[in-house]
Design a protein. Structure first.
Length: 304
């Protein structure tokens, strides 16, 4: 679920994120995102460490360090930057801010370090001169234009993708998803009819609200983390505008595992997916875990 956006600028900001192979390669050494996983990741609630000025809709180029040493992907921020400084894992990693994101384009022909070396203009860019030694760099307009000329020359289909993203459609979706999250948070009593008499969790350790609760190791955020009013169990709620899929099932299972490990202290943890129906893969997966439940949006009084 996408967090609220602050007042939008007329045009998105542009960033370069720098990442190590731990994040851009899978366990077999292949690129993390192919055509299918791009779609799956775009529908997830994952977050990435980012600059504190990042806004929903901002466009990001992903710089891959050795062994790739290139710009491999275009990403779009799906939320404003939010603080992760009170998450133990984020503190351990040295991260202060994160934002939700969607990878939207994989460059079949990446712009490499050698390409930049040959460009007399781009070699003056601060990120290049600093040897990409930070996690995030702002890309000033003149360098954004120069980088995209290189990327379009090597990837002809990228030009139309970039043009479509120029209108920054994310904030409209942000507002709608925030609205349905507001509706359910303000009316949790509607879940009583479905066996869940819960209230929003508040972390006594750091005062964090259970809404958009950061789970450090999973690089995710729980839409609504609730606790049974008799304090017998936790309830992890995941909201989806579209159909729930096996990706949704895996996502909420990860969050439940994190809560079980980090917060539960022996209490049971249940999961609830609220979505516009579900596909057959979600249905089949649901037979493996009777602690994950599903409700349709209309079951909780939400209309799309």
């Amino acid at each position: 679920m996408v967090a609220s956006a602050r007042g939008r600028l007329k045009r998105p900001n542009h960033w370069l994120w720098v990442t190590r192979p731990t994040y851009y390669l899978d366990e077999y050494g292949n690129d993390r995102w192919d055509e299918k996983s791009l779609k799956d990741e775009a529908d997830s609630d994952g977050w990435w460490s980012c600059h504190k000025d990042t806004l929903a809709g901002d466009l990001i180029l992903l710089w891959r360090t050795s062994p790739k040493i290139d710009i491999g992907y275009l990403i779009q921020a799906r939320s404003d930057a939010f603080s992760i400084a009170d998450d133990d894992y984020a503190v351990e990693m040295g991260w202060d801010y994160g934002c939700e994101y969607a990878p939207v384009y994989k460059f079949a022909n990446p712009v490499t370090k050698k390409d930049l070396d040959r460009d007399p203009y781009l070699i003056e860019w601060g990120a290049y001169r600093g040897r990409f030694q930070r996690r995030a760099f702002a890309i000033p307009p003149q360098y954004w234009e120069g980088l995209n000329k290189l990327l379009i020359n090597k990837n002809s289909s990228y030009e139309s993708v970039l043009a479509n993203l120029g209108s920054s459609p994310v904030p409209g979706r942000v507002a709608f998803e925030k609205d349905i999250e507001d509706q359910l948070e303000n009316n949790l009593s509607v879940l009583s009819a479905h066996g869940f008499n819960v209230s929003l969790f508040k972390d006594s350790k750091n005062g964090r609200s259970g809404r958009q609760y950061v789970c450090g190791e999973t690089r995710g955020r729980i839409d609504l983390l609730c606790m049974d009013k008799s304090k017998k169990f936790f309830l992890v709620i995941e909201l989806k505008l579209n159909r729930a899929t096996d990706q949704t099932f895996a996502q909420i299972a990860r969050y439940m595992g994190w809560v079980q490990k980090r917060l539960a202290k022996g209490r049971k943890v249940f999961g609830l997916v609220v979505s516009d129906g579900y596909d057959v893969n979600f249905e089949m997966a649901s037979y493996t875990n009777d602690r994950i439940h599903h409700l349709n949006l209309e079951d909780v009084g939400i209309k799309k």
